[in-house]
Ligand binder design. Structure first.
Ligand code: AQP
Length: 324
């Protein structure tokens, strides 16, 4: 049986990109015969030096969205990274299997170090990411395509550990959903849809009202051709809307494109917006209905399961290293 790990940062409100690029695939994976660990990676968020109240609220909100998303908890564990200290412990061990130059070459390090100022957390967080994946011996990691480089590093770290100390870790593979892997901002379709975008009108948040969703789609940036065609390079705005529709309805891009080819842009935008409203409705409803007791029960049970799995891996790693 395969083991899956994936994470989400509590760096703001969960948005449509997170849902269609990641969480939707987690829901599908949780219906398969696999063991899944879905983690709110709050230690990673610390690299952005967040405000403490914002971070705390975001951890709680993200947890509720994951529970409300429909992930099957019979074979999936949802938990918060900082509650399982084995992540940070394994990260230190794994740092000895990673070169400084590899970390400096990470695209996200180059991008983020220029905007936040450079502290060593920004450099070393890909090792923590490797530890997140390897702590549960995951062999499949569903991530957006922006994470390919980090997964490649994880594979290298696992291989180096194994060749020095024995076959402890599986070499994890990436899995990507067939569409929705990189949703773009509705206002700036050259940038990815993001929690921390400056223009909130380009991001659809999970709890946006119907009115707000319609408004954001109506004002989405397209082009002046009035031809509905998938061409991310020449028509990034229209292609993004097709991508959103295809990801929600689980259709091929080609079929989605055909379905709308005779519509005006205005009609097309409303059709996609309504699909998004219908998709978010049950998630929002379940989110609202979750009680504190429901959440506490899930948190306790799931953390115990994650702890059991991590403790087992750490025992093997310590034994392999001779520090048991
Ligand atoms: N626009 C996107 N399209 C598709 N997938 C996306 N993901 C994020 N944005 C998009 C995927 O969501 C998962 C969780 O992401 P994350 O929160 O851990 O990190 P991120 O990629 O940095 O997300 P954001 O929303 O853009 O946050 P900020 O603004 O804080 O940087 C990942 O699998 C990611 O690929």
């Amino acid at each position: 049986m395969k083991t899956v790990f994936s994470g989400i940062q509590p760096s703001g409100l969960v948005h449509l990109g997170n849902l269609l690029g990641a969480i939707n695939n987690w829901v599908k994976l949780s219906e398969e015969n696999s063991k899944n660990y879905f983690c709110i990676v709050d230690l990673h968020s610390l690299t952005g030096l967040p405000n403490k109240d914002d971070l705390n609220k975001s951890i709680g909100d993200t947890l509720k969205v994951l529970i409300a998303s429909g992930i099957n908890l019979d074979n999936s564990v949802i938990y918060t990274q900082s509650k399982l200290q084995e992540h940070a412990y394994l990260s230190w061990i794994l740092s000895n299997f990673c070169q400084v130059g590899e970390l400096q070459r990470m695209t996200q390090f180059k991008e983020k170090s220029s905007s936040f100022g450079t502290h060593s957390g920004l450099l070393t967080y890909p090792i923590l990411m490797a530890s997140d994946i390897l702590i549960h011996k995951a062999n499949e990691v569903p991530v957006g395509d922006d994470q390919t480089q980090h997964l490649e590093l994880t594979r290298n770290i696992a291989e180096r550990f194994n060749s020095n100390y024995g076959e402890i870790f599986p070499i994890p593979e990436k899995s990507i959903g067939k569409s929705g892997a990189r949703l773009m901002s509705l206002r700036h379709p050259e940038n990815k849809m993001s929690k921390s975008s400056d223009d909130i009108n380009g991001t659809i948040y999970f709890n946006d009202s119907k009115e707000s969703i319609l408004k954001k789609f109506k004002s989405s940036v397209t082009d002046s051709e009035n031809i509905i065609k998938y061409d991310p390079e020449l028509k990034p705005g229209i292609s993004n809307l097709i991508e959103i529709y295809a990801a929600i309805t689980d259709r091929e891009i080609k079929d989605s494109e055909k379905e709308f080819q005779n519509l005006q842009y205005g009609e097309f935008k409303i059709a996609v917006a309504e699909t998004v409203v219908d998709y978010l409705e049950p998630i929002k409803k379940k989110y609202e209905e979750l009680t504190t007791n429901d959440i506490e029960d899930i948190v306790e049970k799931n953390l115990n399961l994650a702890q059991e799995s991590a403790a087992k891996t750490i025992m093997e790693v310590e034994e392999a290293l001779g520090i048991n």
